[in-house]
Design a protein around this ligand. Structure first.
Ligand code: NAD
Length: 350
């Protein structure tokens, strides 16, 4: 298994492999870039088929974190950890403590947090061995809810600010009467809907489960639409807040909205679809720029001198970043996702 020749290797600063024979832990930490500060990124536990698959994931995800941190104006770099194994079968306190010793061995160049398969309790076990952990307790909340450590309220607030700014930029209006179709009424989608409703947007919502839909219908007067129709509606904005790759070769030709602005990660099935959207005159808010509120949240929860207001103000900067992207994309006649990548690279370059 090669590292330097790996297709996902992109001048990563440090890739570390760790095994603990006592607990059976096998993990990899990749630090992509620390020019802006120590690397931050979640720890994912997944039953990878082999270490090669885990390496691919950690190289790709850690690079993505460098771009996200740069776009969030954080003095932080990008890193990620992956644990090879089934989180339902192999995890216990000693196992996570071994992970803590691995994190500690990197002397703070990597700060770990939650990701798939890892809970706050797991992180608490990690934190017995290292102080380089984020997300074990919460003291602030962007939407005035009780702080629980769930970053979804901050993500939803960031998507709301970004969507509002995009509407202003593209349509020259506020949100009153603007038609927004939201795909996914989960933790982020519902909170986004609530904020949009408060500013007079007309909502269309879809989900594959009924709970969130019923709330949106009853509390926000949203129109419920079938999942296969939500992206095809004649609305102003579509907000993908479900799974990745919702903008793909099949769905894209049917999109009639002028704006795509939502929380889901990896919305474009392929990067090149950003250029197709640009040619069609559809303004796409790059996913890793508009959905970065959760990372800003994790960052602020670790500061002893922050506040709910400071966190909200930081998240609200997503609007300015998006405007910078749109203006450059127009001036250079190019896709917004490509401009976003370039701005991030400028920010984290030495
Ligand atoms: P969630 O699981 O709470 O909500 C997702 C919702 O989408 C669920 O209700 C699910 O039933 C629904 N869904 C799945 N497939 C669908 C389909 N085909 N059509 C319609 N609905 C469908 O997740 P979340 O925390 O709300 O996150 C939403 C998205 O935003 C995810 O892609 C996530 O990776 C991304 N994201 C979330 C955060 C965060 O802080 N939670 C941060 C950054 C990015």
């Amino acid at each position: 298994m090669s590292v330097f020749e790996h297709p996902e290797f992109d001048a990563h600063e440090h890739v570390a492999f760790y095994s603990d024979p006592v607990t059976g832990l096998k993990a990899i930490i990749a630090i992509h870039n620390t020019n802006l500060g120590p690397s931050l990124g979640g720890c994912r536990m997944w039953p990878y088929l082999n270490s090669s698959e885990a390496l691919t994931d950690v190289l790709r995800l850690s690079k993505g974190m460098t771009y996200k941190a740069a776009m969030a104006n954080l003095q932080q770099g990008g890193g990620k950890a992956v644990i090879i194994g089934d989180p339902r079968k192999q995890k216990n306190e000693a196992f996570m403590q071994a992970m803590g010793r691995f994190v500690e061995s990197l002397s703070g160049k990597y700060i770990t947090a939650e990701d798939s398969g890892i809970t706050v309790d797991d992180l608490k076990a990690v934190a017995t061995q290292t102080s380089h952990v984020a997300g074990t307790f919460a003291q602030y909340n962007a939407l005035g809810e009780a702080p629980t450590g769930n970053p979804a309220p901050s993500t939803a607030y960031g998507v709301f600010v970004g969507l509002k700014q995009t509407v202003k930029h593209v349509l020259g209006s506020d949100l009153k009467g603007v038609k927004v179709a939201i795909q996914g009424m989960g933790h982020v989608g519902f909170r986004l809907a609530k904020q949009l409703h408060a500013e007079g947007a007309e909502l269309y919502v879809a989900d594959i489960f009924p709970e969130g839909l019923a709330r949106a219908q009853e509390e926000l007067g949203a129109t419920v639409v079938a999942p296969e129709e939500i992206l095809t509606l004649a609305v102003d904005v579509i907000a993908p807040c479900a799974m990745g790759s919702s903008i793909n070769d099949e769905s894209l030709p049917d999109i009639r909205a002028k704006i795509i602005a939502g929380a889901a990660n990896n919305q474009l099935a392929r990067e090149e679809l950003g250029s197709v959207l640009h040619q069609k005159g559809i303004v796409y808010a790059p996913d890793y720029v508009i959905n970065v509120g959760g990372i800003i949240d994790i960052y602020h929860q670790k500061q002893n001198d922050s506040s709910d207001t400071a966190m909200r103000e930081h998240i609200a900067k997503i609007g300015d970043t998006l405007c910078e992207i749109y203006e450059r994309a127009e001036a250079e006649n190019t896709a917004t996702n490509l401009v976003a990548n370039r701005i991030a690279e400028e920010r984290f370059a030495k």
